[in-house]
Design a protein around this ligand. Structure first.
Ligand code: SAM
Length: 420
């Protein structure tokens, strides 16, 4: 027998306790490289089936894997065969087993008195209640660079991971499948300013695999050649390049014709996307995304704005700004005021255009300081006096013309001019 190795009878006892009835939990901690590698295993119920959930953590990295009986048996052999000083704690309904392997390789075993506990199987969602945990996202997270080779979320990508999860949560809580382009069924989404397509590709898998939507097609639009090339490569690596497509274009130049071509609509038929979204599309690109949603008649428009500069350039010069001179002198306060005003104008204009609109914090400020989202759903009547009046009052108070109003042009002007 080698140093650190367990007796054959002890190995058999561990196998019987884990794979037999009444198994509750196994935790093994191995000291290595100045840190601790911890692996735990517990029974879970997934889709009515008993499985085993293994969780491996080292430092700040954690990986979770769901295993069937054969996978659990295989994983258990690795746990048993682990080298080095370690502690193993195994709980079953009938009692506990402790195994301690010292640095010198001595194996110390202790067993609790017999117990009569009830072994409960936890539902899977208890620990994985995040959208990216509702389908097997390991390959996706690795491919988009959020997880490392072992599947653990990289510390530097934790904020992006949270943003995507929470953005998807809003999508999952709000969107419903409906007859898609041309009424032929399916779901079309456009991600404006998609960058490296973290959200774009995650959205595809979430809609089709977690929510079960059929015939999902996503278009990512970005003006940068390098990020579009990287996004296309990722979609290819994940074998979804025919469902998740990318257009290298300035959003302003990406119109109905380009959208129809991107989704391969028959004979260039008009495509009404179900969802138009943007996550931190810079400055007025957020307004572009909102305007595209309105022009294309999207059912949902979800947009998390980024930095914005447009209003900051003009606000100080207006007569309305005079009493605010002390506030506007401070660049941080000026920026925050302009952010609030810009997003208020955006939300009000979306209401004017017939979208039920909420401004929400979609993710904690810890994940990103840019944690506001405009969540808009079509279905209200456009040009109603209430939303128009509110908008005009605020706009005229500040004596500015928000970029989104300019961008929407005649589409919004016809409503404003009736009350202005
Ligand atoms: C801050 S990045 C966010 C990328 C991605 N949505 C994410 O959250 O990871 C903003 C992206 O918007 C793109 N963008 C900005 N203005 C744009 C425009 N007018 N047309 C197309 N893309 C634009 C940039 O090239 C950049 O990739």
């Amino acid at each position: 027998m080698q140093r650190y190795e367990l007796e054959e009878s002890l190995k058999e006892e561990i196998r019987a306790r884990v794979l037999g009835a009444g198994f509750m939990k196994l935790v093994q901690s191995v000291r290595r490289g100045g840190g601790v590698f911890r692996i735990s295993m517990r029974p879970v119920e997934i889709g009515g089936r008993r499985m085993f959930q293994a969780e491996m953590s080292e430092g700040r990295d954690t990986r979770v894997k769901n295993l069937d009986d054969a996978g659990a048996a295989e994983g258990l052999e690795e746990i048993i065969a682990q080298k080095g000083a370690r502690d193993l704690h195994l709980m079953t309904a009938k009692g506990d087993l402790h195994v301690r392997v010292t640095k010198k390789g001595h194996v110390l075993v202790s067993r609790s008195a017999e117990m009569d506990r009830v072994a409960k199987t936890q539902p899977h969602d208890r620990v994985k209640d995040v959208p990216l945990g509702r389908f097997d996202s390991t390959a996706l997270l690795r491919a988009i660079g959020i997880a490392d080779g072992s599947g653990a979320v990289r510390a530097s990508m934790r904020g992006k991971y949270d943003q995507i999860n929470e953005f998807l949560r809003v999508v999952g809580d709000s969107v419903r499948p409906a007859p898609g382009p041309g009424g032929e069924g399916g779901f079309v989404a456009v991600d404006c300013g998609c960058g490296k397509a973290y959200l774009t590709i995650a959205l595809y898998f979430y809609l089709s695999e977690a929510l079960g939507f059929e015939n999902v097609r996503i278009v990512g639009v970005d003006r940068r050649e390098d990020v579009v090339a990287a996004a296309r490569k990722t979609a290819e690596n994940l074998d979804v390049a025919d469902r998740v497509v990318f257009a290298e274009a300035n959003l302003a130049d990406f119109g109905a014709k380009e959208l129809a071509a991107a989704v391969g609509a028959d004979g260039g038929a008009t495509v009404r996307p179900d969802l138009v979204c943007s996550l931190h599309a810079c400055d007025t690109a957020t307004d572009e995304a909102l305007a595209k949603g309105v022009e294309w008649g999207a059912r949902y428009v979800f947009s998390a704005p980024c930095c914005q500069h447009e209003l900051q350039k003009t606000i100080s010069g207006t007569g309305a700004a005079a009493p605010f001179a002390g506030l506007l002198r401070q660049s941080i306060l000026r920026e925050r005021l302009c952010d609030i005003l810009t997003d208020s104008f955006r939300a009000m204009l979306m209401r004017v255009m017939g979208y039920k609109t909420q401004v929400i914090e979609f993710v904690s400020p810890g994940a990103t300081a840019r944690n506001i989202m405009l969540k808009c759903e079509s279905g209200a009547k456009s040009g109603q006096p209430g939303p128009v009046g509110e908008y005009l009052e605020l706009r005229d108070y500040w004596k500015v013309v928000p970029w989104l109003e300019t961008r929407l042009g005649r589409l919004v002007e016809k409503h404003l001019s009736r009350y202005g």
